[in-house]
Design a binder for this molecule. Structure first.
Ligand SMILES: [Ca+2]
Ligand SMILES: [Ca+2]
Length: 655
């Protein structure tokens, strides 16, 4: 044990201190006094021993109230600070039935130990009186992890006088180490008691790091450095609520004992989700932005409600959520309409028919036909299909009189153009090709001579040229860009050899001729390509089966099978798909579709019954379940029918 000599410094600041913290205590009541690190009583003016660890019985009736030695007629006033103090001879605490000056005597023994705290570069002072023996004392022990046993840095006894005097210890030599104050009464002999009051710490400590700790820990850590938690400001953050994000002063700054450390702590601001139903999608988005929420998935649902109006929201209005939470919306789209048969009509007439159903005319192409001139001979989508409102219907119009493509080979381009004009045709694109022929001579044409075509059609020509160009470097480009680059360089795309690869798109990895080779215009450049095998699944819901198939083929996928869902939606429309739209899958992955089928019995309208699972619109429900690898299945009424259907299919496969 280290036993440095006790330092005894007589109090000079006694009166000042009494004024600072003294106050006038009412008998039997307690006032808030200074607490070590804001947590532990240092002058006992709280009227209790909060923060101190007690052993034995010497401190059972403590702190004691007012000057008891004087009350007993002794000529040794206690000289305590405030109203409350420690005196292990004393018992009076102002309780009813007690009399001022009441004692417990020298018999009881025990200890009172403060919590551990960082010793400041400064001083510890306090009032002490009572016995002069080493068994009654105040001591400061070091409890650093470096020393396994308690090491006593200082101790101080009384002088066999009840009157307390202030002594001060210089802590500079042990600043920064962890200490505990102990008030010890280990004596039952004459003068076997200790009188203590008003511990005061002064000096500076380095502010400890509390960033990253929660508020409770931060408070403890600061208390352990004799600092207190000051202002707590809340900062909206994704961090765990109540985590300290910033501190002022920052860690390591030397601050006076008792300094308040202000902190900013993380907190999640919760706000109520606004009502969005009935708003337009755009209005809903504006409201969400204003309320500091974000727009989640927007799911389109057929409804007779105004187009684009919000039908349903998740989370619902009034739900308390964190700032920034995404709100999913279901917005109304008009139910698909059946594409009318406009074949046999003229375009103008068809336009009116389509407009009534909120469909429009798409591309109009002329087509040779024996049908009356100007009448529609073909339409896409075909009659009877379901199409979303606003869908364009492509039309093909009959042309009876055909033009016959003349032979323009061996002519000059100018002559060819003139010949085509006479045949009610026109010169199309011109492709130059390296040749020994006279430059400007037509080498070949498309369509070929003799073909019957619609008047005013274009005829492309391949023209002799002696020009040469440098082959561009297309390696590393995606296939489409590479082909464009080759054509722009007045060359043609030759053979393309494909090698499957796990890529989102086709990438050119080799070319022949090599980049930089000087070749005649029109020369074929052969490519070798890493063919991408990953593609995103398109959304085909709401389309007809035929349209869906087209879309899937366009996305390099194939249609697996179409299962029927019996419901009161219009038959033929795709209601669901698996894999779901947006998923990245391999090229050629089969996509399963569910299409509406006529119910065998009229479906009753049960609005509200599937709320949460099924969207209801004026026309009835249609989403019976969602089937996707990442969702699983939830079934509605008609969904159960599909389950039966699937079971039947499975049985068929087994047999
Ligand atoms: Ca006191
Ligand atoms: Ca005692």
């Amino acid at each position: 044990m280290i036993r440095p000599p006790a330092l005894i410094i007589y109090p000079l600041t006694l009166i000042i201190c009494s004024c600072l913290w003294g106050g006038t205590a009412v008998e039997g009541t307690a006032e808030e006094g200074p607490l070590l690190g804001g947590e532990y009583t240092m002058d006992f003016e709280t009227g209790d021993l909060r923060g101190w660890e007690k052993s034995g019985s010497a401190f059972d009736h403590h702190p004691t109230l007012n000057d008891n030695p004087v009350a007993r007629g002794r000529a040794e006033p206690s000289n305590h600070q405030g109203s409350w103090w420690i005196g292990t001879f004393e018992k009076f605490q102002g309780h009813s039935g007690q009399t001022q000056g009441e004692i417990q005597g020298d018999e009881p023994q025990g200890t009172l130990t403060s919590p551990p705290f960082t010793l400041p570069a400064g001083t510890l002072s306090f009032l002490i009186g009572g016995g002069s023996g080493p068994q009654t004392r105040v001591e400061l022990v070091l409890v650093d992890h470096l020393l396994h046993d308690l090491a006593r840095a200082f101790y101080q006894t009384g002088k066999d006088v009840e009157t307390m005097e202030r002594i001060t210890w210089d802590l500079h030599p042990i600043a920064g180490r962890i200490g505990r104050i102990r008030i010890v009464d280990e004596s039952s002999d004459e003068w076997g008691h200790v009188n203590v009051d008003d511990f005061q710490l002064e000096g500076t400590v380095p502010a400890p790091e509390v960033v990253g700790r929660d508020l409770t820990d931060a408070r403890k850590i600061l208390a352990g450095a004799n600092l207190t938690l000051g202002q707590i400001s809340k900062v909206n953050s994704d961090a765990e609520p109540d985590t300290v994000l910033r501190q002022d002063p920052v860690a390591g700054t030397d601050v006076s004992v008792g300094t308040q450390v202000n902190v900013s702590v993380a907190y999640k601001e919760m706000i109520a989700v606004p009502e969005l139903r009935g708003q337009s999608r755009q209005e809903a988005e504006n409201i969400l932005k204003k309320e500091r929420l974000s727009l989640g998935e927007v799911i389109k649902r057929f409804s007779d409600q105004p187009e684009d109006s919000v039908l349903w929201q998740e989370p619902g209005a009034g739900t308390k959520v964190a700032v920034g939470t995404a709100v999913e919306l279901w917005v109304a789209v008009s139910a698909p309409v059946e594409v009318p048969d406009v074949r046999g009509r003229e375009v103008k007439e068809a336009e009116e028919v389509l407009a009534k159903l909120r469909l429009r005319v798409g591309q109009v192409t002329k087509r040779l036909s024996y049908q009356p001139e100007g009448t529609i001979v073909r339409q896409e989508p075909a009659p009877g299909n379901l199409a979303l409102v606003g869908t364009a219907v492509d039309l093909w119009v009959a042309v009876r009189v055909a033009a016959k493509v003349p032979d323009v080979r061996s002519q000059s381009v100018e002559e060819a153009a003139s010949i085509l004009r006479k045949a009610r045709l026109r010169l199309g694109q011109r492709f130059d090709h390296f040749s020994q022929e006279e430059p400007g001579t037509v080498l070949d044409q498309s369509p070929a001579a003799g073909t019957r075509v619609v008047p005013d059609s274009a005829v492309d020509v391949f023209v002799a040229s002696k020009e040469t160009v440098d082959v561009p470097d297309v390696r590393g480009h995606n296939r489409r860009d590479a082909e464009e680059t080759i054509r722009a360089a007045r060359l043609t795309v030759g053979e393309v050899s494909e090698q499957p690869a796990n890529l989102d798109e086709d990438i050119v990895v080799g070319q022949d001729p090599a980049a930089g080779t000087n070749v005649g215009v029109g020369t074929a450049v052969h490519l070798s390509v890493m063919a991408g095998t990953i593609t995103a699944v398109p959304d085909v819901r709401g389309y007809s089966r035929e349209q869906a198939q087209k879309i899937l083929v366009g996305a390099r996928l194939r249609l697996a099978e179409v299962l029927a869902i019996y419901c009161d939606q219009q038959a033929g429309m795709i209601l669901d798909q698996s894999p779901s739209a947006g998923m990245k899958v391999s090229v050629n992955t089969p996509v399963m579709l569910w299409a509406a089928a006529e119910p065998q019995t009229p479906a009753s309208r049960r609005p509200g019954i599937f709320a949460g699972i099924i969207i209801l619109s004026g026309g009835g429900f249609y989403l019976l379940f969602r089937f996707a690898p990442d969702y699983g299945i939830s079934l509605g009424r008609a969904g159960r029918r599909v389950k039966v259907l699937l079971k039947m299919r499975a049985r068929r496969r087994r047999t």
